[in-house]
Write a protein that binds this ligand. Structure first.
Ligand SMILES: NC(=O)c1ccc[n+]([C@@H]2O[C@H](COP(=O)([O-])OP(=O)(O)OC[C@H]3O[C@@H](n4cnc5c(N)ncnc54)[C@H](OP(=O)(O)O)[C@@H]3O)[C@@H](O)[C@H]2O)c1
Length: 352
């Protein structure tokens, strides 16, 4: 049997790290080589008790030492699971330590640090200069349903944001086919669960405030709009409003997209059916609203498409920690490394 390809993980304590490791444990071609955290020395199953027995975690230096050994023997992959603004500096340190061998590494970044095409867009969106501006644009943006060809064999991939994934799945089929009226707002609203905010407790994720509650936020615009806008030659009329929902996992997005003059509901729905035909992780249904409980725990996005009064209604349900995060990162790695795209990834949701 072929030896499994070693995967290294930085930011082991994170929520997405936990989900990535859960998926990795069922992968046929990949094997966790080392997981690094700022609190090295604990076993992985102590950081993530939902996981079976795992190795003792290392620090960043230990991770680099392992990468050096692995790259001496063959291909290796690295997943960066850090907050935005931490990921690019960490990657700069790792590259400096590895030297020319770094070029051989397959890297997926879960943060926003390499998603935008240039330093000006990053500064505008994240309010700080990019630490590695020369690398922006060299990373492949990893939404497999739209970037599959570029992902095959890629060595640097920026996994999309969770809201950005839902937004693009909702609007790109119609927008790319020229079916939308760019003179009217493209309105997208989404409700997210508390796992979207990461592992560290915050006021917005505190149970007494979150449970039984619903609120909108980022009224002045959300950062993920920039990722979506970067897919277009000129800025689209996006109007996105996120909400914090009283549940843990999942994003439920509702898009109301103005159809261009003369475009019928049939034509619009046909564009989605053509675009997503054969996609392993997208289930499209006409005139049926998806449900979060059908997709949580899976790497699937369920879409419902309908139209009335010249407005295309697209509904998207996905698990932010999987299709919107760690699952999509593994889907990208599978494409980068030539594995089955579905390897290690749950297709079925929990249901209840
Ligand atoms: N949660 C989602 O639904 C989601 C979806 C898509 C993308 N993302 C992005 O993916 C990345 C990981 O998300 P996550 O939800 O797993 O985040 P998280 O739970 O906050 O985990 C991030 C991990 O990064 C490490 N870290 C290193 N330096 C840090 C610092 N200065 N401050 C805080 N943590 C630091 C920590 O691990 P150690 O303690 O082990 O060092 C921490 O647990 C983020 O960039 C996030 O924006 C998240």
């Amino acid at each position: 049997m072929k030896p499994r390809l070693p995967v290294f993980l930085l930011g082991a304590r994170g929520l997405l790290a936990g989900e990535f490791l859960r998926c990795l444990s069922g992968h046929r071609g990949l094997l966790l080589a080392a997981a690094a955290t700022r609190r090295a020395g604990e076993a992985l199953h102590e950081l993530h008790p939902q996981l079976p027995e795992g190795p003792v975690t290392v620090d960043e230096a230990g991770l680099v030492a392992g990468l050096e050994r692995a790259l001496g023997a063959g291909p290796a992959a690295l997943v960066l699971g850090l907050p935005h603004g931490e990921s690019a500096p960490a990657w700069a340190r790792i590259q400096a330590r590895l030297g020319p061998a770094a070029a051989e590494l397959f890297v997926v970044d879960l943060s926003a640090d390499f998603r935008l095409p240039d330093a000006a867009a990053y500064q505008r969106t994240y309010g700080q200069p990019h630490p590695l501006p020369g690398e922006l644009g060299a990373w492949v943006y990893g939404l497999p349903e739209f970037d599959r060809a570029a992902l095959r064999g890629a060595r640097r991939v920026a996994a999309p944001g969770c809201f950005a994934t839902a937004m693009q799945l909702a609007l790109l089929p119609a927008a790319q086919a020229g079916l939308l009226d760019a003179g009217k707002p493209w309105v997208l609203h989404a409700v997210t669960g508390s796992t979207g905010s990461g592992a560290a407790p915050q006021e917005g994720t505190h149970h007494p405030f979150r449970d039984g509650n619903l609120r909108a936020y980022a009224l002045g615009g959300h950062r993920h709009e920039a990722e979506v806008a970067a897919r277009f030659a000129s800025p689209p009329p996006l109007h996105f409003l996120p909400h914090s929902g009283p549940f843990r996992r999942g994003i439920y997005l509702t898009a109301a997209l103005p159809l261009a003059g003369g475009i019928t509901a049939e034509e619009a729905v046909a564009a989605y059916a053509a675009r997503y035909a054969g996609e392993p992780f997208v289930r499209l249904r006409r005139d049926v609203a998806p449900e979060l409980r059908h997709v949580t725990g899976s790497n699937r996005a369920d879409l419902g498409v309908s139209a009335r009064g010249g407005v295309l209604q697209v509904l998207v349900a996905l698990d932010n920690t999987l299709k919107g995060g760690a699952g999509q990162a593994l889907q990208c790695l599978n494409l980068m490394l030539g594995f089955e795209e579905t390897d290690g990834l749950p297709l079925a949701g929990l249901g209840w």
